[in-house]
Design a protein around this ligand. Structure first.
Ligand code: FE2
Length: 226
């Protein structure tokens, strides 16, 4: 089994320090879903940390409860991607991302991470998943990605709610840091879309071409990130 090049930038909320590894499989589609599985495990961990941090910061109860729901949903995403990786002969590698963050983070740090990983990357993940659900040719993939797109849309909305709550409490300098983190995150996302997806991944999983993905970023840049 050979590791493959990453098919897309890691989509979704990544915990600090996460580095996506190329998936291993005998098929490109299996490698793609093995990568998605690893990312779901990481995203689940990121939400577990976020939940504890918001609770410790006395965030509004509805926000904390929404993050708790996201933790439960991410557990399901892990199983969806495990199933798809196995079906296409991918090898899911489950990292142990450890316990809570090594030190309590400030609201300012959390707000920057939430902007990058939530408002930018989860918003992009939701749009990409919607695209995939309407372009994938495999029935099970379409069904899972359709649900996934709805969940990710909810997670992106949650990120913007966390952003609005945190912005009210941050000073001007911290808000400026969040704003420049957004600019840099959008720039980085564009930079990460370097390779064209494997034709099989494109057909079965509906992954957009580089140009299509760039157009989706253009749309979000105008409608959401401006
Ligand atoms: Fe997820």
């Amino acid at each position: 089994m050979q590791p493959r090049a990453l098919s897309m930038p890691p989509l979704g909320r990544r915990p600090s320090g996460f580095r996506q590894r190329p998936g291993t499989a005998i098929s490109a589609v299996g490698a793609y879903f093995a990568e998605r599985f690893e990312l779901e495990v990481a995203t689940h961990h990121a939400y577990v940390i976020l939940c504890a941090e918001l609770d410790a910061l006395d965030a509004p109860k509805p926000l904390v409860e929404s993050v708790e729901r996201a933790v439960v949903e991410e557990r399901e995403h892990i199983e969806w991607m495990r199933r798809l990786a196995s079906r296409f002969a991918g090898v899911p590698v489950q990292d142990d991302f450890g316990g809570p963050a090594s030190r309590p983070r400030s609201l300012s740090e959390i707000a920057v991470e939430n902007m990058v990983e939530g408002c930018v990357r989860e918003s992009f993940a939701a749009v990409i998943a919607g695209w995939q659900a309407s372009h994938a040719k495999d029935h099970e993939v379409v069904e899972k990605l359709r649900n996934y797109a709805m969940r990710k849309t909810g997670h992106a909305r949650l990120a913007w709610s966390i952003h609005r709550w945190s912005a009210k409490q941050l000073d001007e300098l911290s808000r400026a840091r969040v704003a420049s983190a957004k600019e840099f995150a959008v720039y980085s996302l564009r930079d990460e879309i370097r390779a064209e997806p494997d034709p099989e991944v494109r057909m079965i999983a509906g992954v957009p071409t580089r140009m299509e993905a760039e157009r989706l970023i253009d749309g979000l840049s105008v409608e959401l990130w401006a």
